[in-house]
Ligand binder design. Sequence first.
Ligand SMILES: [Zn+2]
Ligand SMILES: [Zn+2]
Length: 172
Amino acid sequence: MRKPPRSAVRRPFASLAVLDGALRARGARPTRQRRAIFSALSERLDHPTAEALYRGVRRRVPGLSLATVYTTLEVLVEAGLAGRFIGADGVAHYDARTDAHDHRRCLGCGRIDDLDRHGQNERIPMQPSADFQPMGYRIEVTGYCAGCLEAAGARREPGPTGPDPIHQGETR
Ligand SMILES: [Zn+2]
Ligand SMILES: [Zn+2]
C-alpha cells in the first residue's frame, strides 16, 4: 500500500495528556500500547480500519494484539478523541480528525481521504420541513486516486489486455 501523502490541512488531535485523562476516566490505564495506537491514528490521513491500523503499528509495539487495537479505538471514539464511520464499503474506518468533514474514497484501492469542500456546504438542504428534521449529512465522493489511475494507465500501455479497471465496478 502506498504511503499516504501529507495533507496541507493540519489535523487537530489531542495531546497524550488529554489521551491519558480520557483513558483513566474510562477505567483504562494509559499504557504504551494504547498511546502508540492513538499516535499512529493521529499520523494517518487514510482513515484506516482497525486491521489496517494494527498492521501499521504492530512493528513498533511488540506483543500488540488486534483486540487491544479494537478496544483502544472504542475508548478513543467514546472519549471524542477519534471519529468512526462506516464507509460505503460497509467497513468501520477510524479518523483522528473529529470535526465535521467529508470524505472521498478510491474505488480501486479503497483508500479514504478528507474531502476539501471549498466552502460549498450551503448547497446541502438542511432546513427542517414538516416531514423531516435534518440532523446532519454525510458525503462520500467516489473515484480513483492518482496511484490507481497511474497503475491503470501503465497496465494499458502495451494494448488492452482485459477489462479496463477504471470503468468497472461501483457506480455510486
Ligand atoms: Zn486508489
Ligand atoms: Zn476524515
